[in-house]
Design a protein around this ligand. Sequence first.
Ligand SMILES: Nc1ncnc2c1ncn2[C@@H]1O[C@H](COP(=O)(O)OP(=O)(O)O)[C@@H](O)[C@H]1O
Ligand SMILES: [Mg+2]
Length: 477
Amino acid sequence: MSFLRLYLRAVSLVGPDRGLALGLAFAGVVLALLGFAEPILFGRVVDALTHDRPAMGLVGLWAGLGFLGIAAGIFVSLHADRLAHRRRLEVMKSFFEHVVQLPASFHSEEQSGRLIAVMLRGTDHLFTLLLSVFREHLTAMVMLVVLVPVSLWMNARMGLLLIGLMVVYGTLSALVVRKTRFGQERAEAYHSQLSGRVVDVIGNVSVVQSFTRLQEEARALQGIMGNLIAAQFPVLNWWALASVLTRAAATVTIVSLFALGTSLHAKGEITVGEIVSFVGFAGLLIGRLDQLTQFLSTLVFEAAGMRQFFQVLDKTSTLIEKPGAPPLKVTAGRVVFDRVSFLYPNSTSGIFDVSFVAEPGETVAIVGPTGSGKSTALALLQRVRDPDAGAITVDGQDLRDVTLDSVRRSIGVVFQDAGLFDRSIAENLRIGKPDATDEEIRRAARLAEADRFIEAKQGGWDARAGERGRGLSGGER
Ligand SMILES: Nc1ncnc2c1ncn2[C@@H]1O[C@H](COP(=O)(O)OP(=O)(O)O)[C@@H](O)[C@H]1O
Ligand SMILES: [Mg+2]
């Protein structure tokens, strides 16, 4: 995704706040034009004073425009922040919902730490981007566009100096962007590797502690950090160089404006007020160009993170529901595996040519050595994945022809790992049936012979299970 596409995509996320965004854009344009009026008025006042003409009218106009500028400024700073905050949370919500509904095939290849990092970094980047779009970019761009004709019209030679400065900034920025974008992408990859690793280690903290692996883990982390720094530093060097060179160009431009202005003034081709206006323009221009280059460097730093974010957001489920698919209707409950084969992507493991029938009311056990494909077969029955060949039917309906939701609802699963949430025991028991009554919960626990230890536990049904059930014993889980 190119920078421009990335930028436009990020801006398009304002979506429901479009009205406010337009208001902010308008205020930004007003601010730009007001910013322009100021040096012109300043120059006019200076000329009026040096020629003993009345200047009060100009000063009054200046003050009026100043107040208008303050009002627009307050509107922008207040609402740009609110908009950016709102959008960040909205986008985070869509990301969360999207990731949670992605199929097991996606999650088995992703680290949850990396996903969390991609979400947090991505939404942070979007936040800063939206904020600077509405606070700075519009104003800066309108100013640059207006500055060229106005300064040329006021004095062509002085105007050319300012345009020259714009060209220097543009060229330097373009060069540095080219030099740094790949380095920054590598740095970003190390960032997410770092988060993936940290979450993996913290999630297995008891293993790390009992095998006293702290030092090894810290060393491995330091290795990734070393790579990160090695990728990041050259990028920083280039941007530091750009900043020094643009600053130098800015100083040279101001000095040249004065030098050229002095010689033109000697020939009577420019007034003192016009020189003052040009120096004011130069100040404006430099401020805005600095802002835009600053933003460009931020975009380079953050683009990789935003790309990762959009990549996850664009991941589509490989489990496609047929349009207008009906729900699964279980009448008898006859399950048929008909020559089912499935291979995990990029691997040679899976199941091959499996056929069996589970008649209604029958208890069927699938028995086999570890890794023979029992869990895989059941994952296919739940349609966590689709078979590469063959078909699975329930009461004659192919699982691929009915809605995903209805398949999952029709099948009860007891996992090898309990899959407990860090919530109360009662809440965990209600995961499969959110509207279960207290009595139903108690009965289920009694049947599983879990009621006694739950009630004996401090907090009882309200006791928290801990992350992944760590507050319970292996058997209790
Ligand atoms: N997400 C995965 N990606 C690649 N290979 C996998 C994945 N899950 C399981 N496998 C492999 O598929 C085979 C069958 O696994 P599984 O169905 O879990 O066996 P089990 O019979 O012990 O339940 C094993 O060789 C396992 O290593
Ligand atoms: Mg298994």
